[in-house]
Ligand binder design. Sequence first.
Ligand code: MCN
Length: 801
Amino acid sequence: MTVTDDAPAPTAGPETEVGKARYRKEDLRLITGRTRWTDNIQLTGLLHLAMVRSPFPHAKITGIDTDEATRSSGVVAVLTGADLADSQGACINAWAITEDQVAPEHPPMPRDRVAFAGEVVAVVAARTAAEARDAAELVDVDYEELPAALDLKEAADDVVLAHPDLGTNRSAFWKFDSAEAGTGGNVDEAIDKARADGIVIEREYRQQRLIPAFMEPRSVVVDPTGEQITVWSATQIPHILRFALAATTGVPESKIRVIAPDVGGGFGGKLQQTPEEMIAFAVARRLGRPVKYTETRSESLLAAHHGRDQWQKLTLAANADGTVTGLKVELLADLGAYVALVGGGVPVLGAFMFNAIYKFPAYQFNCQTVLTNKTWTDAYRGAGRPEATYAIERLMDELAAEVGVDPLEIREKNWIKHEEFPFTTVAGLEYDSGNYEAATARAKELFGYDELRREQEERRRAGDPVQLGIGISTFTEMCGLAPSRVLGSLNYGAGGWEHASVRMLPTGKVEVVTGSSAHGQGHETAWSQIVADRLGVPFDDVEVLHGDTQVSPKGLDTYGSRSLTVGGQALVNAAEKVVEKARPLAAHLLEANVDDLEFAGGKFTVRGTDSAIGLTDLATAVFAAHNLPDGMEASLDAEATFDPVNFSFPHGTHLCAMEVDTETGQTRMRKYVSVDDVGTIVNPLIVEGQMHGGIVQGIAQALWEDAVYDENGTLVAGSFVDYTLPTTADTISFVTDNTVSPATSNSLGAKGVGEAGCIASTPAVVGAIVDAVRHLGVRDIQMPCTPERVWKAVQAGTAGG
Ligand code: MCN
């Protein structure tokens, strides 16, 4: 059931497509094998590539002997960084967060030095993938090992340099201070005052390194044999990829066509111009033959970009009654070996979210990004916002414990009240809508909060070895990336707009072209629902095209939960233009005045009469073009580009109950409830699916996933045996529900949902575990909260440690 707290936007109602739980159009072809993934593409004369990768995190390449590999069966060429130096282009970094950012050059295949284990040093092209892989084993590379910067804190102190020629590992320092920005007071003064007569909570949290681990490994096919070079890639960003290929290789954009066919997930991990794509592009051009590269799962875990990896030092100041007076954040963020496409800016996205739903009078955020000799990091679902949410939600629990009140009470004391919206936060954002009271009340009810608190008390009193804890996350996030003006002020190299076009076809069917590039989000379904409403045509009559720069030349692709709030609004605008374009034609054919026409249910009616004509008839009339008035264009097509004035701010209350066996450290999830406000919901089934997937990913950070490296810089968690990705068997059924407070920055009233679950759930789970054993002296457990860590924390706590 959806609890509607505010009036829903007029775009959703009982008669509209928007709001219907439609099954996804795309699913039939996806689950019945009626689609072509990149790796399934076959072309005449296709060669297969295998990459030779460095086993060392930092080493000079002193020689590469390719002779034996070149003689190997089926091999057509073996090429090194030196061979492709002039044609391989470069991996670009689009987000130099400061003007003086220190960033190494990033050739897709280096000539003389590798900077992380897994970096490509040579490529083999052969008739079959097996022959290419066999030959890659025969490439003999001589390395001279160099000291490697592996520990983030040490790297920040330049103990070992990841790139000696740069002279430092410190890439960029970025600061926000509310006193300087004029959005609040001085945080140091707030902390001093709290030390004197209030409460100061100081904590250091580790955001471990994670791996996006999408279902379909990265795959790319490049065909250079036509007029254009065609690139098929399992990417989230066909448009940005085409730009990057053109900008760094000198091949004109008009000569490059990038197609992202159906893509099996990305989670931010395919928001990248990858070295492998660049290498495949260069090899295809060099050999004049189509090539294909599909990574193995091990290569994917090792060398597709990673996410998170931060140390967070936090100082929270509050009055004795628990009213927060200031928050100071000091971050160290590991970039890995290179500054990735948007990796330089990801940690800074968190700057705007540490204050979350709360009214903090003073705030300071300091972020140092650091280069190390590990796989480069970049966006991973939530990108910057899960880290911030984790920190502040954990701190609110600590504050509640210090004051001695329920953690929900401390949150309510500090959060922005419903009547205070729109609200400008201490970080300078304007939250347009939200209702934290409604979401929390509903979540408490569904969770049975009071009963579970009572059970917790009883178990504590009885000294039960299995204790119960309740974790809370009253989160918000900023998404819908966009707005170009804000991204520009943060030195981001691209805009935030999105493009769409809507075409009425002669038979009355509708073709929609979108610049967003879905890779699991169900845009074909949701976009059809939106257009069906706007044009009054049947849902099944709308066909959505995307993911091909030839078909949809304009777009900025899919990430940052932007597609609905930005791309969806572009679609609405284009559809409305089609209606306006059809109006004079309808007036002409109905022999009526334009001003007397009203449009509803897919047809124009002369007001007060039953004289009417449908869009389908108008589309046919345009096709025949027999009766068009002089000067009227023979088309019912329109396009629109939309750039919102603000982000969207979904929020929600997530409650989690965890049982913790204090004797073994085992944890078990008892109950998980989420009540989320994502504004107007276009498709409730899709939204529920997005929440489920996101919540599981957030739980996985709390409990299981960790991209562990050993002291030699080798990724120990290099397979799914060690990198413990959750399955459905590891999780329970969640209870999900929604409240609705419509966004004001798009006419749908929608807020993004794609990352919300992942941002919300991690602190709820860790908070629940700590809550279960807080009375035993435990204040923190580093993620992932493995049984061993939980057990050790309990031991240290009961020992008074
Ligand atoms: N939606 C809706 N009503 C709303 C909000 C969204 O019906 N109020 C629907 C949209 O129509 C869309 C879907 O939910 O079909 C997600 O919309 P949105 O929040 O705009 O997010 P994007 O489409 O831009 O997707 C990006 C987001 C991100 S950033 C990551 S990471 C992520 C995610 O989506 N990666 C995913 N969800 C994923 N889902 C799958 N299956 N695979 C991934 O890799």
